[in-house]
Design a protein around this ligand. Structure first.
Ligand code: UD1
Ligand code: UDP
Length: 372
């Protein structure tokens, strides 16, 4: 038996690690242990509930308005004890959060090999996204096994002279759809059930990134305000991140507007099924850029760059920046020109076939056999 400790702490890591944890639970050659850092509390628990995962360890690190210093220090110290107690053969971390990097560093200090899920995404700008670009680069340096969603991600690692143990697996977010996407779905959130689906077209949006806090987020909100005013046939649905710095700006600018629903974060099942019914996605999230192409929904990325160029190349995702007029112009192009919209609305999914978790497990088992 190989003992695998999976560590994650935020909503997006959980959405992408839970399908893998489920798959490992069904594998007779693996003993799966889960440690959550709870860098996010409510938004993480929502996901664990959907996938029915009960963690073995919970570091419970979240505090209101936490800093990168708080998270990093608490995760490293908390994990020391968990690793010493559980003595795993390998530790899996995901992506680019501060939980991921701190967990990889703690594993390194304990000389336990790290498997990096969603490895090799890069913008090559260390401050954008901040601190994620550096988190994933440093995690890549520490990791022994690299599970890259796409060939392009693998190429990025090769350029950094990481040449061993890179496995192109697809993204586990596609695996998650097996659990979340349902026909004739009834939303858990009553506000979503009440939306006028027959009469309006829906723009699903999220924005929360650290580098967008302040003026960029104000620009984004003002762009939405202008679009909602111009187009009464559109309805904006914005599940607002629980970060107080995000909520202050969003509710101040967009609160109590007729065709804008500001709601609390929704469950991942509600999210994926809402996405399937939307006309357009506007977001600064990484995960939404991977999910919407699967449904053939165009995405306008509210950032100046992306580490997910595959969907841009396929034509379903456009990076539009963080200036109000640019965002309004890009959205209007799609709303006013059915031809332009149709060009983007293609169900192309560059992120795999829903079997990424199986490939990751095979690679872990293969490597364990080689080591014996
Ligand atoms: C974190 C990740 C980011 C990821 C994002 C996904 C880092 C540095 N950032 O950023 O990469 O894209 O998660 O959402 O790792 N809060 C709650 N309840 C929750 C979650 C958050 O109240 O369930 C509030 C807390 O006040 C917390 C704040 O949000 O202090 C910010 O959370 P934090 O994890 O520090 O940053 P995110 O912006 O969520
Ligand atoms: N998501 C969710 N509920 C919400 C908003 C987002 O379940 O209210 C999901 C979304 O479908 C995606 C993930 O959360 O899978 C993205 O998380 P987030 O935007 O917080 O982080 P990022 O992907 O930018 O790291």
């Amino acid at each position: 038996m190989i003992k695998v400790l999976s560590v994650f702490g935020t909503r997006p890591e959980a959405i992408k690690m839970c399908p893998l944890v489920k798959e490992m639970e069904g594998c007779s050659e693996i003993e799966s242990i889960v440690c959550i850092t709870a860098q996010h509390r409510q938004m993480l628990d929502q996901v664990l509930e959907v996938f029915e995962i009960k963690p073995d360890y919970d570091l419970n690190v979240m505090s209101d308005c936490q800093t990168l210093f708080d998270i990093t220090a608490k995760v490293i110290c908390g994990l020391k004890e968990v690793i010493e107690k559980s003595r795993p053969d390998i530790i899996l971390v995901h992506g680019d959060t501060t939980t991921s990097f701190a967990a990889a560093l703690a594993a390194f200090y304990c000389k336990v090999p790290v498997g990096h899920v969603e490895a090799g995404l890069r913008t090559y700008d260390k401050y954008s996204p901040f601190p994620e670009e550096m988190n994933r680069t440093l995690t890549g340096d520490i990791a022994e096994l690299h599970f890259s969603p796409t060939e392009q991600n693998k190429e990025n690692l090769l350029k950094e002279n990481i040449s061993r143990n890179i496995f192109v697996t697809g993204n586990t977010v596609i695996d998650a759809f097996k659990t979340t996407v349902k026909k004739n779905y009834q939303f858990e959130n009553e506000e979503l059930n009440q939306l006028p689906f027959a009469e309006k077209q829906f723009v699903l949006m999220t924005a929360h990134r650290r580098e967008n806090l302040g003026k960029p987020l104000e620009n984004i909100c003002n762009a939405v305000l202008e679009l909602a005013g111009k187009y009464s046939n559109l309805h904006f649905v914005y599940p607002v991140h629980l970060n107080p710095a995000v909520r202050e700006t969003v509710f101040r600018i967009l609160g109590n507007k007729k065709n804008i629903s500001l709601i609390d974060p929704i469950s991942v099942t509600d999210m994926h099924n809402m996405m399937a019914r939307s006309f357009l996605v506007m977001t600064d999230s990484g995960g939404l850029q991977e999910e919407a192409p699967y449904f053939g929904i165009p995405v306008l990325v509210l950032r100046t760059e992306t580490e997910r160029p595959e969907a841009v190349e396929m034509g379903t995702v456009r990076v539009v920046g963080i200036e109000k007029d640019d965002i309004v112009a890009a959205a209007r192009t799609l709303i006013d020109n059915p031809g332009e919209y149709d060009k983007m609305a293609k169900a192309v999914n560059p992120y795999g076939d829903g079997h990424a978790s199986e490939r990751i497990i095979s690679a872990i088992l293969e490597r364990a056999k080689e080591e014996k």
